[in-house]
Design a protein. Structure first.
Length: 227
């Protein structure tokens, strides 16, 4: 029996292209390092121009490898798109079960009403993307993994526990639920703009009696809700 024919050397252009790009980037990186050493002694205009050209070449090569990954979504600023919201939550729920809730402090601190807390969802969405960046991206490093474990994940778990302290699913029944807090003193933006643009070296505009009264009312409401 005759052996199967040897496949052509270039039957996978994507791999060949990637290898060529890597070779080009490596060569350019060496040139940049060489120029950097030269500039340390003599920073001529010609050398500076050469550095600028190399940076341009590097940018073009990196752009040729494909578009960058989409930035992480913000749950708090998500467009009014049910499909987009559904995708974010579906991906998040899967990741919570696979990764986040494997940590005992995370499991203890995530209440059953977490979906009713937009701030909690926001924290978890970005933490999930940070996890993918640390473990799955082309720039993944052990330092990134360590930072995720040592700083990012514990910080989110701690803040979530604070956001939802003493909360429960029953707290979100219509008669007990609260809406988003209004932006304090939103009506003061115009005088603040005028002050900051024209007189920022002077004291700011004095609060009006109406603003002082509104602030006192809001403070009483917060104290009442804390009891």
């Amino acid at each position: 029996m005759n052996p199967p024919p040897t496949p052509p050397a270039h039957d996978c252009p994507a791999v060949d292209d990637l290898a060529a790009l890597r070779t080009a980037v490596t060569g350019l990186a060496r040139e940049v390092e060489s120029v950097r050493r030269t500039l340390a002694a003599t920073a001529s205009a010609a050398e500076l121009a050469r550095v600028a050209d190399l940076v341009t070449d590097l940018s073009q090569i990196m752009n040729a490898t494909g578009t960058p990954a989409d930035p992480p979504p913000s749950w708090l600023a998500l467009p009014d798109d049910a499909d987009a919201a559904g995708t974010v939550l579906s991906d998040l729920v899967g990741w919570l079960g696979q990764v986040y809730l494997r940590y005992s402090d995370a499991a203890r601190g995530l209440p059953e009403c977490w979906l009713w807390h937009p701030d909690v969802v926001e924290e978890l969405v970005w933490l999930r993307h940070a996890w993918f960046d640390a473990y799955k991206s082309g720039d993944a490093t052990i330092r990134g993994v360590g930072d995720w474990h040592d700083r990012l994940r514990p910080g989110v778990a701690r803040r979530i526990a604070g956001y939802t302290k003493a909360c429960s699913l029953e707290s979100h029944l219509p008669e007990r639920a609260s809406s988003a807090a209004p932006v304090p003193m939103a009506d003061a933006t115009d005088p603040i703009v005028t002050w900051w643009v024209s007189h920022r070296t002077e004291p700011g505009p004095a609060p009006t009696d109406q603003q002082l009264q509104a602030a006192a009312t809001a403070a009483r409401r917060v104290r009442g809700g804390a009891r």
